[in-house]
Ligand binder design. Structure first.
Ligand code: HEM
Length: 128
């Protein structure tokens, strides 16, 4: 039965494993990889800090870097609906590869991320 926040239910260890799998997918995705630095280690640790607070756990990102201003921070990158879909697809793959996370928790996390990912779209579709 679900108790506490999503962070309490998932735990830092499984969250970190999830994000490791997520960035492995991002690094191999033809649409996403060109936007990111070659070494994703730093990106992973920043995302772990952000997700910790996002899921209701320790606000590590805020403590270290201040307000994330997520949409403004993503404006330098042209993010199309296709990029958002690819980002979410990598997250779905990573959640599927992390069965230690309860499926109900995975679904709740994914639904929350879907809203934020769509909010990050700042460029029109590249499709003809
Ligand atoms: C940083 C792309 C969605 C949270 C970044 C960076 C890129 C990027 C290229 C910079 C990486 C770096 O320099 O290390 C994208 C794309 C998305 C997306 C293509 C598709 C919709 C999201 C979502 C969230 C998020 C949904 C949160 C729920 C962050 C955070 C950072 C970041 C916390 C680190 C910010 C910092 O440098 O302090 N993203 N992102 N992103 N993204 Fe995203």
């Amino acid at each position: 039965t679900p108790n506490g926040t999503l962070y309490d239910r998932i735990g830092p260890e499984h969250l970190h494993a999830l994000l490791t799998r997520f960035y492995r997918c991002v690094g191999h995705d033809p649409l996403l990889a060109p936007l990111f630095p070659d070494d994703l280690g730093h990106t992973l640790e920043k995302q772990f800090a952000f997700m910790s607070g996002f899921l209701g756990g320790p606000p590590l990102y805020h403590q270290r870097f201040g307000h994330p201003r997520l949409r403004a921070r993503h404006l330098p990158f042209p993010i199309t609906p296709e990029h958002a879909r690819a980002w979410l697809s990598c997250m779905k793959t990573a959640l599927d590869e992390t069965p230690q996370i309860e499926r109900a928790d995975a679904a709740e996390y994914y639904a929350a991320l879907t809203k934020v990912a769509l909010h990050m779209v700042n460029s029109p579709s590249a499709a003809q």
